[in-house]
Ligand binder design. Structure first.
Ligand SMILES: Nc1ncnc2c1ncn2[C@@H]1O[C@H](COP(=O)(O)OP(=O)(O)O)[C@@H](O)[C@H]1O
Ligand SMILES: [Mg+2]
Length: 249
């Protein structure tokens, strides 16, 4: 089983697991409570989870089970109410805002349900954005973005605007944008929710290929049982708790 017999996370840097696996992200007893006036929602109720480098993981479960809350914490865009998050051995809570922003921009790529491309920019320009945020010069950003678009099979669409592309193509642009900074992990919350079944399959297959060829860790959420057949590990979240955590192959 994936979660047994690991060395403790006390080692600085990346801890090695018993089978030589490297722990990329570790979550310990994570809770997330949302407070809205008098109402509180306990979206996560104590989630402990380790993700190893190179894994291809799906998180699934009913709507409202806490998937997006968990993805936001895994992607370092939201902090837990309690519990500890470590990325590559660094405890996130100890970082300053600037250090956290920097770490997130270098280590995490995001893919969204609604693609979140900038409509007035071409595919190439969209993929350049994260590099420009990092201060990479225009020529190098262009070169790397062009390469990333090649890797998602869109070299012929570099100058197209998103509104001229299909949903599947837009999501491939978004995947290129997520990967262009060479992150350790790509976090994708319902990346296929706006795609038909054929494009959903294509997008997950592409993520799978990139996971293997670039050894980038992917975590995505889905409702679609057929997509769960394509993962190494599937984690069922129910009512804010890990219900099952199955390593498939
Ligand atoms: N920003 C928020 N403020 C208040 N409640 C929220 C917020 N985000 C999520 N929730 C609530 O937390 C619970 C889990 O939501 P979410 O993490 O979005 O689950 P899922 O992605 O599995 O549908 C739900 O009851 C939802 O209404
Ligand atoms: Mg959600």
């Amino acid at each position: 089983m994936a979660n047994t017999a690991r060395t403790a996370d006390s080692t600085p840097g990346a801890a090695a697991g018993a089978a030589g696996e490297e722990v990329l992200l570790s979550l310990r007893e994570i809770t997330r409570r949302y407070v809205l006036g008098e109402a509180t929602v306990d979206a996560l109720k104590g989630v402990t989870l380790r993700i190893n480098r190179g894994e291809f993981v799906a998180i699934w479960g009913p709507s409202g089970s806490g998937k997006s809350s968990l993805m936001n914490i895994l992607g370092l865009v939201d902090a837990p109410t309690s519990g500890e998050v470590m990325l590559e051995g660094t405890p996130i809570a100890q970082l300053s805002d600037d250090a956290l922003t920097d770490l997130r921009s270098r280590k995490v790529g995001f893919v969204f349900q609604s693609f979140n491309l900038v409509p007035v920019l071409s595919a190439l320009e969209n993929v350049m954005v994260p590099l420009q945020i990092q201060g990479v010069g225009a020529a190098q950003a262009r070169e790397r973005a062009s390469q990333a678009l090649k890797e998602v099979d869109l070299e012929n669409q570099q100058h197209a605007r998103p509104d001229k592309m299909s949903g599947g193509q837009r999501q491939r642009v978004a995947i290129a944008r997520a990967l262009v900074t060479a992150p350790s992990i790509v976090v994708a919350d319902e990346p296929t929710a706006n795609l038909d079944s054929e494009n959903s399959y294509m997008v997950v297959k592409l993520m799978r290929e990139l996971n293997r060829s670039k050894r980038v860790t992917f975590i995505f959420t889905t409702h679609d049982p057929r997509l769960l057949e394509m993962v190494d590990r599937k984690i069922l979240l129910k009512d804010g708790l890990l219900h099952t955590d199955e390593t498939v192959r």
